[in-house]
Design a protein around this ligand. Sequence first.
Ligand SMILES: [Zn+2]
Ligand SMILES: [Zn+2]
Length: 146
Amino acid sequence: MKGKSLENSSKWLLSALSELESTIASEYPSQQPPQSALRGLKRIRASVQQRMRRDLVQYQLIEMMGGACERCGDRFHPSIYDFHHINPAEKEFNLNRSNFNREFSKLKSEAQKCVLVCANCHREIHTFMEKQWLKLPWNDIMEGAY
Ligand SMILES: [Zn+2]
Ligand SMILES: [Zn+2]
């Protein structure tokens, strides 16, 4: 299921890229496309590759963490999951897409401080400050330090 949606997302990106490449090629059938078009294409190709790399990292981390929400037990599309730090004091960085270009070993060790939860459970954990899922310094909260 997850493998399939990764495959589909990669397929879609690659076909969109090749569609763009053939559109550019057909606009300049007898000559080399202008530098600006080639530069634009290069930029888009790089961002497609980056997106695919991030997707892959995201899927691998989700898979590694059991592939289901640890709080409600349900399974979702990969983009519905969050990596929640039980102890915010241990957090070095947020485990989200903007950081998925980091070294995989670093991501893995950060993931070990997290639980995999769906977006809804994640919101509830923080909204209701659920002690089971969130090791907060309660004394500080009571004293208004937070
Ligand atoms: Zn959940
Ligand atoms: Zn959280």
